[in-house]
Design a binder for this molecule. Sequence first.
Ligand code: ATP
Ligand code: MG
Length: 373
Amino acid sequence: MIGGVCIVTLIEHKICDYLIEHNVNLMNDWRKNMIFSEHDPFKEEVMRNGEAIFTFLLSYIREDVDVESVKSMAYKIAKERAEAESNIGDFVYNANVARTALFKRLYDFNMTIVDLQPVINKMNMCFDQFIYYVVGQYSEIINKDLEAKNKFIDETHKERLTILGQMSASFVHEFRNPLTSVMGFIKLLKADRPDTPYLDIISHELQQLNFRISQFLLVSKKDLSMEQEDFSLNELIYHIIEFLYPTLLDTNVLVTYDFQKEISVRGTRSELRQVILNILLNSVDALEVHKDNKIIVIDIDETDKEVCVIIKNNGPVIPPDKIETIFEPFVTTKTYGTGIGLFVCKQIVQKHNGSITCTSSDENTSFEIILRK
Ligand SMILES: Nc1ncnc2c1ncn2[C@@H]1O[C@H](COP(=O)(O)OP(=O)(O)OP(=O)(O)O)[C@@H](O)[C@H]1O
Ligand SMILES: [Mg+2]
C-alpha cells in the first residue's frame, strides 16, 4: 500500500485466482513433504492452520491483510506447538515446505523473474512475519513455563532446607542439654576430688563441643536477640587465650598482643567471644603448614566512633578468588571443616552494627573487625 492506495497488479490477481483454483493440490503437496508427529495432540489443527495461513497469504498479496488477525493466528499456533511440546524447528521447516510448494506453482505462469519478483517479495514477507510471530510467542511461552518450573523447584528446595535446618537445630539443642549437665558434674567432681587425673582435658574437650554446638544454634536461630552489656574487650581476649592455651601449646603457636589501653565494647559477650575464637582457631589451622615461627598478633584500638580488632597470622596466603567466598556458608578447605565459622562471625558482627574483612598477602593474613559505637 503506497499513500493509502493499493498497488495490486493484474498479475497478482491472476496468481491469487490460480492458487485458489489449485488449493487442494497445493495442500497435498505440503502434507506430503511436511514433518509431522502421529502423537501430536493438535494433528487436525495443524491441517486447518495450514489452510488459514494460505488464506492470509492471499490477503497479503491483495494487500488487504489485517495484521492483528495474523498475530492472533500466530499466537494460537505458538500456544498449540508449546502445548504439544513439539520442536519449533519443525514448524519453521513446515512453513518453508509450504513456501517452496507455492513458489513451484509460479513456474506455471511462464513469466520472467522480474515480473514475478513483487509477488515473490510479498509471499516471503508474509511467511517471514508469520514465522517471526510464532517463534517469538513460542519462546515467550516456553520461557514463562521454565521460570514457573524453576520457581517451583527453588521453593521446594528452600522448604527442604528449612526442614533440614529445623531438624538439625532441634537435634543440636537436645544434644546441648545433657552436655551442660555433664559439664556441671565434671566441675563438681573437680571440686570434690581435685586430684582426679584428666579432668582438665575432659572439661576442655566438652567446652570445645559446646562451642561447636553454640555455633550451629547461632546459625539456625539467627534472630535470637541476646542481652547486650558493656564489657572489657581486653579481658575477653585474655580469657579466650587462656581457654585456647592447651591448643596453642599443642600446636606450638605463639599469640602476641600489646594492649596500650583498656577498651570497652557494648554487645553480646558470648557472641563476640565466638567471633574472636573462630578467627583464632582458623589462624591456628592455617599455621599448621609451618613447622615453627607460627605467630598470631592481636591488636585492638578505638576512636570516638568505633572499636577495631585486628587478628593477623603469618600463615599461607588466601588466594584472591577464594577470599571473596570465605564468609559464605559451607565454604571450607578443611577435611573436617563445616565452613560456617566465618559465616557465623559475619552474622554476629553485622548484628552488632559492624563489619568484618579479610586481607591476605605472602607475609600475613589479617582479619579486621570494626564495631561502630
Ligand atoms: N587465617 C586463615 N588463613 C588462611 N585461610 C583461612 C583463614 N581463615 C579462614 N580461612 C579459609 O576460609 C575457610 C572458611 O573458614 P570457616 O571458619 O568459615 O570454615 P572452616 O574453618 O573451614 O570450618 P569451621 O566451620 O569448622 O570453622 C577455611 O576453610 C580456610 O580455607
Ligand atoms: Mg573455622
